[in-house]
Design a protein around this ligand. Structure first.
Ligand SMILES: NC(=O)c1ccc[n+]([C@@H]2O[C@H](COP(=O)([O-])OP(=O)(O)OC[C@H]3O[C@@H](n4cnc5c(N)ncnc54)[C@H](O)[C@@H]3O)[C@@H](O)[C@H]2O)c1
Length: 388
């Protein structure tokens, strides 16, 4: 067999770079902070993407950002509004703003007929998510939410195992992970202030944790939540030896736990942490009538896992377990972040569907919202998701 035929087998394994000859997609980046670096890094690999505009509330920040990446001719604006009002040819925007500035820019972009890649978490509240979805529906444009762990074949294997029927009927989910010391302040305090972060660990890494399990079981609708949040570490000046002043601006949660009832007779036992006196809240577990699945926790929980999955079964009356080996990580050129943005641009090119649709993530957001509401009132709350 010739090499060229063998090569055909590898073609499906790679993600496109954007075929030459396709139309250039004109992209704007809203918010040029930490995560925008990952967006521009990946967009610059794509032949069919032209970054034409950027915006940031901090004067000069967008200009400096594009200078650092050597991208010339990008028109910079002081906010998403000026950018969208002035740029008439934008096909798409990456919204890389802090959480409380997700809904506003997303709605404004959709109302102006622009496709949206919105960073996670979807929003801060369920109500905001619903408003964004109404704008999405009215616009007919693509809205995809930035959950790059979904692009991992190892992550996809969790759903494949559930779908294969190997676990039988799933009835219990346990969210694990969490960080021992990992309040995200490397680039300042936007994650930890109420007016910018809006929610803490529960929205930041809790959203990943929920997505891992809920996606695997088909995103059942959440019904009720009993939630708890705390902020003992975030509010302690001793937590930040170099920046004790951060404690006084900490206005979100650093730990959350919850018990969630889902449609289909499934319950979810949830816990997440930016900081705690423990190495992990445990592995993530899926219990089914025919088998169980253990998804190993990682040290710095960021929505992925890096050790083999374990399946637990009864075989001929004996308890057995076996491991599902990890697939090798993608190479740097074709990493999860690249795939996330590439799949968005591909959808824009062909008028395709969002890879991470709001119709799923609204349930993720409803749980986060429910945990916060329940924690505030100290009792179980019902989740009602209005018709869009
Ligand atoms: N997918 C991932 O792996 C990942 C990783 C880190 C952060 N994030 C998400 O990305 C988002 C941004 O995080 P970050 O760490 O880059 O924050 P950041 O604070 O470093 O950057 C956000 C920037 O947005 C700007 N901004 C806010 N509102 C704006 C508006 N209306 N118009 C223009 N600019 C505006 C701010 O001035 C700031 O420079 C958060 O929602 C976070 O959860 C995702």
């Amino acid at each position: 067999m010739s090499d060229s035929i063998l090569d055909n087998f590898t073609k499906d394994l790679t993600v496109s770079k954007g075929e030459v000859g396709k139309r250039k997609i004109k992209v704007g980046i809203i918010g040029t902070g930490w995560i925008a670096q990952a967006h521009i890094h990946e967009y610059l690999k794509m032949d069919d993407v032209e970054i034409v505009a950027g915006a940031d509330l901090v004067p000069g920040k967008a200009e400096e950002f594009f200078r650092t990446y050597g991208v010339e001719g990008v028109r910079c604006y002081p906010s998403h509004k000026e950018m969208i009002d002035s740029e008439k040819d934008l096909d798409a925007v990456s919204i890389c703003t802090y959480n409380t500035q997700h809904a506003g820019p997303a709605i404004y972009a959709l109302e102006h007929g622009i496709n949206v890649m919105l960073e996670k978490p979807f929003t801060v509240t369920l109500d905001e998510a619903i408003q964004v979805m109404k704008a999405e529906k009215k616009s007919g444009k693509i809205l995809t939410i930035g959950f790059q762990p979904r692009m991992s074949e190892n992550m996809q294997m969790i759903q494949k195992i559930v779908d294969s029927g190997e676990l039988g009927k799933v009835y219990y989910l346990q969210a694990g992970g969490g960080r021992r010391r990992g309040i995200p302040t490397p680039y300042g305090t936007t994650f930890i202030q109420k007016d910018t972060g809006g929610v803490g660990a529960v929205g930041d890494i809790g959203a990943y944790s929920l997505d891992m399990l809920l996606k695997a079981v088909g995103y059942p609708k959440p019904l009720t939540v009993t939630g708890y949040t705390s902020d003992y570490f975030g509010k302690d000046p001793a937590y930040y030896p170099n920046h004790p002043e951060y404690a006084s601006v900490f206005g979100v949660d650093d730990f959350a736990a919850a018990f969630v009832r889902l449609e289909g007779g499934i319950v979810l036992d949830f816990r997440i942490s930016w900081a705690m006196n423990m190495d992990t809240c445990g592995d993530a577990l899926i219990l089914g009538t025919k088998g169980g699945l253990r998804i190993p926790s990682t040290d710095c929980w960021n929505g992925e896992f890096n050790k083999p999955l374990t399946v637990y079964k009864q075989v001929a009356g004996r308890s057995v377990s076996y491991q599902v080996p990890l697939l090798p990580p993608p190479n740097a050129e074709d990493g999860l972040f690249y795939r996330k943005l590439r799949s968005f641009i591909d959808a824009v090119q062909i008028g395709g569907k969002a890879t991470v649709p709001s119709s799923e993530i609204v349930y993720n957001q409803a749980i986060i919202d429910g945990i916060c509401r329940s924690a505030a009132c100290g009792k179980e709350v019902e989740i009602t998701i209005p018709e869009i």
